[in-house]
Ligand binder design. Sequence first.
Ligand SMILES: Nc1ncnc2c1ncn2[C@@H]1O[C@H](COP(=O)(O)OP(=O)(O)OP(=O)(O)O)[C@@H](O)[C@H]1O
Ligand SMILES: [Mg+2]
Length: 335
Amino acid sequence: MAVCLVLYCITRFASKTPKDALMPKAKVLAFINYKGGVAKTTTTYHVGCCLAQHLGKRVLLVDIDPQTNLTFLCASIEEWEKFKKTKGTINSMYRRYLEGKSLDPKYFIWKEPVGGNIKQRIQGLDLIPCDIDLLGEDLGGGDLAGPIPSFELLKRHADKYIKDRSFLRKALREVENDYDYILIDCPPNLYLMTQNALVASRWYVVTAIPDHLSTIGLSILQQKARRIGESFKHAHTLAGGDAGPVRAAELGGVIFVRVRLGGSMITNVHFSTMVQVRSSLGHGVCFEGHTTELIGYGEAAEQSLPVWMTNTKNAISAARKGEYEQITNELAKRF
Ligand SMILES: Nc1ncnc2c1ncn2[C@@H]1O[C@H](COP(=O)(O)OP(=O)(O)OP(=O)(O)O)[C@@H](O)[C@H]1O
Ligand SMILES: [Mg+2]
């Protein structure tokens, strides 16, 4: 009996070594789709708010879209201007990176911006805000900016290729032990910043409206994301580095958004597209939860609050559906 107890203690506590204590690195996820208006930002925001407010997680939202929409879902323009003036934005951090200075990402993190104006601050939810100035940077990179450069080009410019895509990875490494989740809201393209996000993330999540035009690009998107990862790894080898530890994001799932209802039923077109995409992507790739087309999401956006903290009739009715709660619970189980 005593021997059993000793053995139990050894195995039990051996699994709680200091290595495990250091384990809780953030799960880094990029929300992407090169198609615009498919609720990438609304989803990043609501999932982030829900993880922090309802599941008690420490969450960092990262806005890398020069449209700055995620930032404005978190705070008012006035608050953002104040933060930008005193601290800066992701663009200031990027400039430091290009100048070879230390990134100091903690300095650029906006602590708990959501809900401050109504004195219901969401605790544990931080933001690295964005800035329209990032637009110029995002389009930079010349021939190397596209997702898949030719072999010759990659060979000649491997170091630059790696450097251009390593900014976010480097910045997030410095804060990943402070969070459970880091969620990156990408612009509707696959330019440099999105490539940075893919290189910095463990998974990418795609939001898609279940109609023909929105879903035909899904397999292309997967292909491109894979090629971006391969090129990055390849560049490491060409630069003489060890590509072993280099890992680009894998598809973490597809979330259907803005699903149209006729009465209480999903309309035929959306329903059949969802069935077809689910079967073509394989079991478990698509989330069970989805969002439906509801005015309340737009109204909540105007108030820089998640639907469940917004007091208009439509937002309250959207909140009652608990759509993002279901999606967030699933996401927390997956990752
Ligand atoms: N379920 C929904 N029902 C109705 N409107 C929605 C829903 N989800 C998002 N929206 C609205 O759709 C618009 C586009 O959403 P959002 O900005 O999140 O998309 P996006 O993919 O991030 O766009 P972009 O590609 O421009 O970054 C916004 O006005 C948003 O409020
Ligand atoms: Mg967006």
